[in-house]
Design a protein around this ligand. Structure first.
Ligand SMILES: NC(=O)c1ccc[n+]([C@@H]2O[C@H](COP(=O)([O-])OP(=O)(O)OC[C@H]3O[C@@H](n4cnc5c(N)ncnc54)[C@H](OP(=O)(O)O)[C@@H]3O)[C@@H](O)[C@H]2O)c1
Length: 258
């Protein structure tokens, strides 16, 4: 087991990409704390994950809104109260407002930055005293930081993920001397609730156009499944990646190669 004896925190671990990463970590022997807002979703995820628990590892849940200072406080307090050091932090919880530049509201802007940027920034900062030797931080970014899609307005989302990539690189530089590694995974489109929600309100023609775009643009011919990110997440979290820091790894079926 590649993560035996390690403790991990996965934000947004009750669904989608975060849930798949939590599952992979448990399979590799890590203790995992998943954080999300909805207590019901967390309970369902915990039950599903319990079957992956290996050799004394444990799965715990915490209901907290990481777009708020109180949510960050509660998460830090939980880690502190455990009395154990943290080896892996996955800043995964995020929100995607794919709305045109001229219609972005201030509330959408604030929420997007609060979750996609501020939470990753301050959760990492506040957890610094609680990281064990050789800790690994993994930020879940997006191809949208650098690559746009026709008719999918992404100024706000792209800006927030671009900021997360900059944070990844600057923290790799600043925290490297403490032995802390910081990397990001930039997924292509992954079939999750977030993705389904972002397309369900599009007119039928736009949905057809998007489908054709995927078929044209993904060299491997399909969008991703949550499990497609598990391998790299385990690798980056493990000691195999002891000399890997500051990377933004595109896991996107070849999408951004073109
Ligand atoms: N899906 C894609 O195509 C795609 C592509 C590239 C990058 N990404 C990135 O991958 C990450 C995960 O996306 P996903 O598609 O897996 O999303 P998802 O299926 O909607 O899951 C989001 C998770 O985050 C939690 N969450 C949402 N808001 C939260 C908050 N304020 N505080 C705490 N937890 C919160 C959700 O639980 P609650 O709702 O109960 O809080 C859920 O567990 C995001 O950062 C996203 O930008 C996604």
């Amino acid at each position: 087991m590649r993560l035996h004896g390690k403790r991990a925190l996965v934000t947004g671990g009750s669904d989608g990409i975060g849930l798949a990463i939590a599952e992979a970590f448990l399979r590799e022997g890590a203790d995992v704390l998943i954080v999300g807002r909805d207590a019901g979703k967390l309970a369902t995820a915990r039950d599903a994950l319990a079957s992956e628990v290996k050799g004394g590892a444990a799965v715990e849940t915490l209901s907290a809104d990481l777009a708020t200072g109180a949510g960050i406080d509660a998460t830090v307090a939980r880690v502190k109260a455990s009395g154990q050091l943290l080896d892996i932090l996955v800043n995964n919880a995020g929100v995607a407002y794919l709305v045109s530049f001229e219609t972005v509201s201030e509330a959408q802007f604030q929420h997007s930055f609060a979750l996609n940027v501020t939470a990753a920034f301050f959760l990492t900062q506040r957890l610094l005293p609680h990281f064990g030797a050789g800790a690994s931080i993994i930020n879940i970014s997006s191809y949208f930081a650098n690559k746009m899609i026709p008719n999918r307005p992404s100024s706000l989302y792209s800006l927030s993920k671009g900021a997360l990539n900059s944070l990844t690189k600057s923290l790799a530089f600043e925290l490297g001397p403490r032995g802390i590694r910081v990397n990001a995974i930039a997924p292509g489109t992954i079939d999750t609730a977030m993705r389904r929600k972002s397309i369900e309100n599009l007119p039928a023609a736009a949905q057809d156009e998007l489908k054709a775009h995927v078929e044209r643009s993904y060299p491997l011919g399909r969008i991703g499944r949550t499990g497609d990110l598990a391998g790299i997440a385990v690798h980056l979290a493990s000691d195999e990646a002891a000399w890997t820091s500051g990377g933004v790894f595109a896991i996107d079926g070849g999408y951004t190669a073109g």
